[in-house]
Design a protein around this ligand. Structure first.
Ligand code: 3HC
Length: 285
């Protein structure tokens, strides 16, 4: 596999993470092509990026010319074949293994064989995506944190199948876009989610038990640990559907009851209260 620097990145998906990743990539002067299944969702995602940049221009934190340069580096498509010239592909679609595997098979057929194929999965085994492509050496995880524009960390995940050159190029890319990369093996939850989600789940248990109110638990963890947000605010930020699927995968992998999703989380998801993105989760927005 050629070790050429990464000059253009295809981003698959149109959710909060896909838009955030596109912005980070474009800000670093690297071309970002955001591919969604429909033109409407691709446009909505880029409109979200544009709105965030507009707020920064209003606050005087970004020049209008810089905003224009970032937006000019982002294009959209619905056509997978439009990603054939990309050096790196970052999949950030729904956390469903079959959907991701189907996409990796399709990407394998249309992308340059020297391109790195990465997944932004939170907890699914990266090796399951590597398995479905002809050359599994070119598959790894590149895992961003929400909001991707703000949080400095990216986990570079090495499945057993990955080539050293793939991991080197992924780590080099992470550094090019100004993020702090850490290396981790392909275990459920990698570093951050494996440690974070038992804590978030136990906060829900504590509220269910009647030990304290949600607001007081959030205040306690902010004031007592200097965390930027408390557990309920963070669950709402991550999305309760995403949080539920992360806990289910962690529970299936490790079996510990700390990972078994709490009933209240399941109930809120069943009611469609998915957090900030639906304007209601543990809190109302
Ligand atoms: N998109 C873009 N920028 C955003 C943003 C967003 N969604 N939210 C906040 N920002 C920017 C603001 O514009 C502001 O930038 P500025 O200083 O240049 O003006 C800066 O971030 C700080 O924002 P605010 O002043 O509005 O608010 P806070 O200081 O309270 O910060 C926060 C908000 C950045 C969300 C902070 O509370 C935080 O870091 N919270 C923790 C988030 C966290 O832990 N995320 C990890 C979740 S786990 C995960 O993602 C893994 C996945 O697999 C599930």
């Amino acid at each position: 596999m050629s070790g050429a620097p990464i000059k253009s990145v295809g981003i698959l998906g149109s959710g909060i993470m896909a838009g955030g990743i596109a912005e980070v990539v474009a800000r670093a002067g690297v071309r970002a092509i955001l591919r969604a299944r429909s033109e409407a969702s691709a446009t909505a995602s880029v409109n979200g990026v544009a709105a965030g940049l507009a707020r920064q221009v209003e606050k005087g934190k970004l020049d209008a010319s810089e905003r224009d340069r970032i937006l000019a580096n982002i294009s959209t498509t619905t056509d997978l074949a439009a990603l054939s010239g990309c050096d790196l592909l970052i999949e950030s679609v729904v956390e469903d293994l079959e959907t991701k595997q189907r996409l990796f098979r399709d990407l394998d057929a249309v992308t340059n064989p020297s391109a790195v194929l990465a997944t932004n999965t939170s907890t699914l085994p990266v090796v399951e995506m590597a398995k479905v492509v002809k050359n599994p050496e070119r598959v790894c995880g590149i895992h961003f944190f929400n909001p991707a524009q703000v949080l400095p960390l990216v986990e570079v995940v090495r499945p057993v199948t990955a080539g050293d050159e793939t991991i080197r190029r992924a780590a080099e890319f992470v550094s090019t876009i100004g993020k702090d990369g850490v290396h981790v093996l392909d275990r459920a939850g990698f570093i951050v989610n494996a440690l974070l989600f038992p804590y978030l789940n136990n906060a829900v248990r504590m509220f269910e038990d009647g030990t304290a109110s949600m607001a007081d638990i959030d205040t306690a963890m902010k004031g007592g640990c200097n965390f930027p947000m408390g557990p309920f605010a963070l669950l709402d930020l991550v999305g309760l559907d995403t949080s539920l699927s992360i806990l289910e995968t962690l529970h299936a992998s490790f079996g510990h009851e700390n990972f078994a999703p709490r009933p209240m989380l399941r109930e809120l998801v069943a009611k469609g209260r998915l957090g900030r993105k639906t304007k209601a989760g543990f809190y109302e927005y």
